[in-house]
Design a protein around this ligand. Sequence first.
Ligand SMILES: Cc1cc2nc3c(=O)[nH]c(=O)nc-3n(C[C@H](O)[C@H](O)[C@H](O)COP(=O)(O)OP(=O)(O)OC[C@H]3O[C@@H](n4cnc5c(N)ncnc54)[C@H](O)[C@@H]3O)c2cc1C
Length: 471
Amino acid sequence: MSDPADLIIVGAGPAGMAAAATALAGGLRVVLVDSGTAVGGQFWRHPPEHARSVIPTEDLHHGLREYHDLREALAAHAQKGQLDLRLHHHVWSAVRQDDVFVVHAVDRRKAPQEIAVVLRAPRLLVATGAYDRQLPFPGWDLPGVLTIGGLQALLKGGGVAAGSRVALGGTGPFLLPVAASLAARGVEVVTVCEAAHPRAWLRHPGPLLRNPGKWAEGAGYALTLVRHRIPVRPRTAIIRAEGGARVTSVRVASLAPDGSPRPGRERRIEVDAVGVGWGFVPQLDLLITLGCALTDSADGNAVVAADEGLRTTVPGLYAAGETCGVGGAALAVGEGRLAAESVLADSGAAPVLRGKRLAAVRSAVAAQRAFARALALAHPIPPAWSSWLTDETVVCRCEEVTAGVIGTARAEGACDHRQVKQLTRAGMGWCQGRMCGPAVHCLTDPKQAYRPAERLVATPVTLGALADLDT
Ligand SMILES: Cc1cc2nc3c(=O)[nH]c(=O)nc-3n(C[C@H](O)[C@H](O)[C@H](O)COP(=O)(O)OP(=O)(O)OC[C@H]3O[C@@H](n4cnc5c(N)ncnc54)[C@H](O)[C@@H]3O)c2cc1C
């Protein structure tokens, strides 16, 4: 693409792909940037292009028709020179200078070499998705204990099953597709421990009735789990992983309504891998440094504050998908389309969606947002989860800070994750608190939504790439 772009989109997941396709259909020139090797994000994660024929993963996916349509539309626009697709480019900073967004990325196509790239456009759309929310427990740092998103990413992105006898635990419906994907690859899923009780859903009948498709999806997974004889145990949790060089067993406890283990209701199960997930945390690094206002969502996360058209509080800056709140791929696609419509309107271009089609997308997004809220309320983090910890449990794995040390910091007056970080170094390591930040927050200030610390550099970059910027 020789002329400057009208719009930069960071993130080529369902939200970013849909936004790009709509903006391109409206005639805009777009740069679409993603750190991954292929478009699709987390939901439509695929092996790299060259490996697809030898690693078939299509059977693990849903909604592939939409993915293929979007991919074809992007490829057609790339061929015409209207789309500049930058895969393997990780954005580490974005700033607004004189009404232009300056996006700094590192091109990692020739890794370990990193090449600095600077992109500029008058409008920026951030669709960077989310990452797994983890709660520590004794043994969670043993090899073989993964996040459920990690298990799914290994399967979809590389056809790799992390174990042959796997226990899953945490809360939320994402446990079900992960169990189904593992079973489809011949893995024995010995238990799915769901901390919530299904009764919690009955308190939110409205959003359930407005989203019959979600019921059908859930029923499909339930059938798969029954077919593979996978037991789903409500109000239970994996409270300990045991082993030496890697995990060999887990302790599963029946939970009281507050999430504390019921005395005498614990069992040991032999496994060779474990997957745990407590929902997701929106990836807000770029949006926070750009100065966007945040708002609280029902799952205990802060999310970017955006209007109905997905405009943030910073002029020219838009967000879509899980950065606006965790809610699944269909919602991300709808929001991507609406955000791109706003970009078109604000750029003075003609809309792509009109009349009934636009109304249908708006109404689906509203229904899916309501469903996401109900889902978050039905699958909370158990209030007494910290009773599973011992003083020796490592909470910050990068800096090896234990629950005992964090307890001492709290006793000395630290009352949020930033103060704990200053006193203990929890969150100061390589991952910059992405893993432990939500957990430290839940240990210190659980009534407030989790607001990640501002990270001026969103991914580690080499000094060489920074030095390149001089030229
Ligand atoms: C590990 C994982 C696996 C998941 N698997 C499933 C699943 O199998 N089924 C399901 O229903 N839901 C899954 N989810 C939930 C999923 O996040 C959403 O439902 C859906 O993918 C959200 O779409 P999105 O476009 O908002 O974000 P995503 O799909 O997460 O896309 C965001 C994209 O932004 C890119 N990105 C982020 N930061 C940067 C940066 N700084 N520079 C450049 N690129 C960047 C990422 O590489 C990614 O491709 C998963 C979530 C995670 C974290």
